[in-house]
Design a protein around this ligand. Structure first.
Ligand code: ADP
Ligand code: MG
Ligand code: MG
Length: 365
C-alpha cells in the first residue's frame, strides 16, 4: 500500500496561518502515487481535528490568512508507541479510522510545532516525523540558544542582549554597546512576527512590549544587515547532509519596510522584494556559506531539514542570523525553491524528507 502520511498544520502559534499556506503547497506537491495523506488540522486553540485537504480552503484571501476551523471532529494520538495510529473521534462515534500511519509531517511553524513540543509527543507515540528531533527543534526555535550553540562551534552572531522577564529594558551600557539601529525580537518566534527595527531609543520600550506579546524573553540585536542569504539543508535517507545553492532576498526601494517583515514575506512580496535564486555570489563565498550551513545544521544537532539564514556584512563576512527547522513551504517560500535550482524538484524534495524520516525512525538513532 501507499505510505500513509499525516500532514499536520495550523497550530497554536502566531504562525498558524502561514502553516496552513505551507500545508497547502505540501498537499499539492506530494506524490500521490506513493503517499496517502491524512490531513490533521490544529485549531488556534490547540484542538486537533480532521483537516481539510482542499487547497482552496488553505489560501491567503483578501490579505487574510487561512485558519483551521473546529469542525466537530477530534483527532488523538494514542500513547502506545507500538500502535502508530492517529485516531479520529467523530461525534457520537469513536472510530479507529486512520490506523497504520507511517510518518507524520508536522508542517507547523513556531511554538508548539517547530520547537520540539510536537516532536516530543511524536517520539512518545512512536511515530516517525519529518524534521529535526526535540533538542534541535527547541534550540533552533530559541534565537538565544541558536547563537550560543553556533558560538560553541566558532560561528559568531551579531552582537545581542537578552532581556528576560525580570529586565524591562536595556541599560545605558547595553545601548552603548549595541548602538542604533537595533532589531528587537521575540526569542522564540518566526515569520518576523513581533519584530521591530528601532532607530531611536525613544521607541525601544514600545518595541520590547510588542515582542513580549509573543515571548516574554526578548532579544535586542545590533542592526547589521547588508545582504540576506538563505540556504536549504537536506538530509538524505542514507544520512548524507547537503546544502542547496544559496539564494538572496533583496528589498526593493518600493517596499514599505527596509527589512524583511511579515508583509514583505507573505502579503506584498511582489512589491517588497526580489529574490535571486541562486544568489549572485562569487564561488568562494558561495562555497563558504554552504559549508557553514552544514556546520550549523550539525552544531544544532539537526536532522531532516533546516533553512540556514545569513547576513553578509559590508566587508563580505557571512554571519548566521538564524536556523529554521520547519521553514516555509508556501508557493513563494525559499526552501523548496532553492532545492529546485539545486536539482531536487518539489515532489522529490517531499519524498526525500519523508523517506529520511522513516529511515531515522524515533528514539535515539
Ligand atoms: P524570524 O525568525 O521571524 O524570521 P529574523 O531574526 O530572521 O526572525 O528576523 C526577521 C528579519 O528581520 C530578517 O530577515 C532581517 O530582514 C531583519 N533582521 C533581523 N535581525 C536583524 C539584524 N540584527 N540586523 C538587520 N536586520 C535584521
Ligand atoms: Mg525564523
Ligand atoms: Mg528569519
Amino acid at each position: 500500500r501507499r505510505t500513509r502520511v499525516a500532514v499536520v498544520f495550523g497550530g497554536r502559534s502566531t504562525e498558524h496561518g502561514v502553516s496552513c499556506v505551507s500545508a497547502r503547497s505540501v498537499l499539492t506537491h506530494l506524490d500521490s502515487t506513493r503517499f496517502e495523506v491524512v490531513p490533521v488540522g490544529i485549531a488556534p486553540n490547540g484542538a486537533w481535528v480532521l483537516g481539510t485537504d482542499d487547497p482552496k480552503a488553505l489560501e491567503i484571501r483578501d490579505r487574510s490568512l487561512p485558519e483551521v476551523p473546529e469542525n466537530g471532529t477530534a483527532v488523538v494520538l494514542p500513547g502506545d508507541p507500538t500502535r502508530r495510529d492517529v485516531v479520529l473521534l467523530e461525534p457520537g462515534r469513536a472510530g479507529d479510522v486512520f490506523s497504520g500511519i507511517d510518518v507524520v509531517f508536522p508542517v507547523l511553524h513556531g511554538a508548539f510545532g517547530e520547537d520540539g513540543t510536537i516532536q516530543g509527543l511524536l517520539e512518545m507515540a512512536g511515530l516517525p516525523y519529518v524534521g529535526p528531533g526535540v533538542l534541535a527543534s527547541a534550540a533552533s526555535m530559541d534565537k538565544e540558544f541558536t547563537k550560543k550553540l553556533l558560538a560553541a562551534e566558532g560561528m559568531p552572531s551579531v552582537p545581542y542582549e537578552v532581556l528576560r522577564r525580570d529586565q524591562a529594558t536595556l541599560t545605558e551600557q547595553q545601548r552603548e554597546r549595541l548602538g542604533l539601529p537595533v532589531f528587537v525580537k521575540p526569542s522564540r518566534a518566526g515569520s518576523s512576527i513581533g519584530i521591530s527595527k528601532v532607530t531611536d531609543w525613544a521607541d525601544l520600550d514600545a518595541a520590547i512590549e510588542l515582542a513580549r506579546r509573543t515571548d516574554p524573553k526578548v532579544l535586542v540585536e545590533k542592526g547589521c544587515v547588508v545582504r540576506e542569504i538563505e540556504v536549504g539543508v537536506l538530509e538524505f535517507p542514507d544520512g548524507r547532509v547537503e546544502a542547496s545553492l544559496p539564494a538572496e532576498i533583496r528589498m526593493l526601494e518600493s517596499a514599505a519596510a527596509d527589512w524583511y517583515d511579515f508583509d514583505s514575506k507573505y502579503l506584498d512580496a511582489d512589491q517588497a522584494c526580489e529574490v535571486d535564486i541562486p544568489a549572485k555570489l562569487d564561488d568562494e563565498l558561495s562555497a563558504r556559506i554552504r559549508a557553514m550551513s552544514v556546520a550549523a545544521f550539525h552544531a544544532l544537532d539537526c536532522q531532516g531539514l533546516a533553512r540556514v539564514d545569513f547576513f553578509v556584512t559590508a566587508d563580505g563576512t557571512p554571519i548566521i542570523n538564524e536556523i529554521n527547522t520547519m521553514p516555509g513551504f508556501t508557493p513563494i517560500s525559499m526552501y523548496p525553491k532553492v532545492w529546485a535550482v539545486t536539482g531536487v524538484d518539489y515532489p522529490t524534495l517531499l519524498t526525500t524528507l519523508i523517506e529520511t524520516a522513516i529511515a531515522r525512525g524515533t528514539g535515539l538513532r
